[in-house]
Ligand binder design. Structure first.
Ligand code: A3P
Length: 366
C-alpha cells in the first residue's frame, strides 16, 4: 500500500501523503488524484488523528465505566435478572426462587390485575394466601406499598411492575397492601394507573378490627397502655379518635374516596368475619369476582384446634402437610371491659350504617 502512483495520493480522512519525501502515512484506503486532495487542515495531521482516536477511546471508556457503575449500584441488593434485563430487589430474589412459575422462560412481571386494598387486620393475608393456591393466580409475596409511599411512587410504574411476581400469560397478578385503603392519595393514583382494575376489600366487625390493630401495636412494645386506656379519652370519657386504629374502622370515610374513582362493582368486599369461620365460601366468591374457574376446593381447608383458625392442607413436592398463617395472624385478644365494648359499638353504629348504604350490603355487626 505504500507504493506511489505518480499524480495520486493515498488518503483516509485526515491521513495523507502529499509528497514522496514526507513519510508520515500509516493507513491508506484509496488513491485519489493529487488535485482532489484538499490542503492539510493542520500542520501535523497524524497527531490530530491520534488525538481524535484517543478522544473516542476515552469517551467509550467513560461511558462503559458509568454503565457498569449504574448497574452495580442499582443491583447491589438483589442482583441482575438477565431475562428481563432488570435488577432484582432482595424480595424479588426470594420470589424468583420460591415460585415455580419463575422457572418458565415465558414468565414475566406485569402490573397487577387486582389489588387487595385493605382493611388492615381484617384478614387480608388469609385472602392472599388462599388465592395463592389457585393455578391461575400469581401473588406478590410481600406488601409492595407503592401507591401510599411517596418515595416508591416517585420511582414510577416500571419500578412497581418489577415488584410483581413472575407470572404466565394466563395468570392474574395480585398484590395486597392494606395501607392503601386509608391513605388519602391512593385511590386517585391507582385509577391513574388503571381505572378498570379489580379491587378487593376485606372488612371485619369494626370493634374486632380495632382490638386486632391494638394487639398488633402492643405486641411490638414492652410496656403498652391497656386497650381501654388507648381507646377511651380520660378527659371526656368518649371514644378517643386520636388513636389512629379507631378512625380506621370508620370504613365509610375511606370508601367514599374510592367510590369517587371506581365503580362499586369493581370492588369486591370480603366478609372478614365469615372468612374466619368459612374460608371456602369467601374464597369461592372471590374466584367468581375475578372470573377464575373454581379450583380452590373445600377440602383444602382444615380447622386447626391449636391455632384456633383454618389452615391449608397442602400436598405438593414437599409432601403432605398443613400450613397455617404465621404467628402474627390469629393472636389472642385481651378481655375488654364490657362498658367500653358497648361504647365502641354505639360509636361505630352510624358509621356502619353509612357504609352499608354505600356498598348496598349489610354485615352482621352488632
Ligand atoms: P387477629 O390476629 O387479631 O386474630 P390481616 O392479615 O389483614 O392483618 O388480618 C389479620 C387477621 O386475619 C387476624 O387477626 C385473624 O383474625 C384473621 N384471620 C382470618 N383467617 C385467618 C386464618 N386462617 N388464620 C389466622 N388469622 C386469620
Amino acid at each position: 500500500m505504500t507504493d506511489k502512483i505518480p499524480g495520486f495520493t493515498w488518503m483516509k480522512g485526515l491521513l495523507k501523503e502529499v509528497a514522496p519525501e514526507k513519510k508520515v502515512m500509516t493507513v491508506y484506503y484509496k488513491a485519489v488524484p493529487q488535485d482532489d486532495v484538499s490542503p492539510p487542515t493542520s500542520p501535523n495531521s497524524t497527531s490530530t488523528c491520534l488525538r481524535f482516536s484517543r478522544f473516542r477511546l476515552v469517551t467509550f471508556l467513560v461511558v462503559a465505566v458509568l454503565a457498569i457503575l449504574f448497574v452495580t449500584l442499582s443491583c447491589l441488593n438483589g442482583g441482575w435478572d438477565p431475562r428481563g434485563s432488570v435488577c432484582l430487589t432482595p424480595t424479588d430474589s426470594v420470589l424468583v426462587h420460591s415460585d415455580v412459575t419463575t422457572h418458565s422462560p415465558l414468565a414475566r412481571q406485569v402490573l397487577p390485575h387486582c389489588i387487595i386494598i385493605g382493611v388492615r387486620k381484617a384478614g387480608t393475608r388469609a385472602v392472599l394466601q388462599y388465592l395463592q393456591l389457585h393455578p391461575d393466580v400469581a401473588v406478590a409475596g410481600y406488601e409492595v406499598h407503592f401507591f401510599d409511599d411517596n418515595v416508591n411512587y416517585s420511582q414510577g410504574l416500571n419500578f412497581y411492575r418489577r415488584q410483581m411476581p413472575y407470572s404466565l400469560k394466563h395468570q392474574l397478578t395480585i398484590e395486597k397492601t392494606p395501607a392503601y385503603f386509608h391513605t388519602l392519595k391512593v385511590p386517585e393514583r391507582v385509577a391513574k394507573m388503571n381505572n378498570s382494575i379489580k379491587l378487593i376489600l376485606v372488612v371485619r366487625q369494626p370493634v374486632q378490627r380495632l382490638i386486632s390493630s391494638y394487639v398488633q401495636l402492643a405486641s411490638k412494645k414492652d410496656h403498652f397502655p391497656t386497650f381501654e386506656e388507648k381507646v377511651i379519652d380520660p378527659d371526656n370519657d368518649e371514644v378517643n379518635e386520636n388513636f389512629k386504629p379507631v378512625k380506621r374502622s370508620l370504613y365509610y370515610i375511606f370508601m367514599n374516596r374510592w367510590l369517587k374513582h371506581f365503580r362499586l362493582d369493581q370492588i369486591h368486599i370480603v366478609d372478614g368475619d365469615v372468612l374466619i369461620h368459612n374460608p371456602f365460601q369467601e374464597i369461592y366468591n372471590v374466584e367468581t369476582f375475578l372470573g377464575l374457574e373454581h379450583k380452590i376446593s373445600k377440602d383444602t381447608f382444615t380447622f386447626n384446634r391449636t391455632k384456633g383458625f383454618y389452615c391449608l392442607k397442602l400436598d405438593d413436592e414437599l409432601g403432605k402437610r398443613t400450613k397455617c398463617l404465621s404467628k402474627s395472624k390469629g393472636r389472642k385478644h385481651p378481655p375488654v371491659d364490657p362498658e367500653v365494648l358497648l361504647k365502641l359499638r354505639r360509636y361505630y353504629k352510624s358509621a356502619n350504617d353509612l357504609f352499608f348504604q354505600q356498598v348496598h350490603r349489610r354485615f352482621k355487626w352488632s
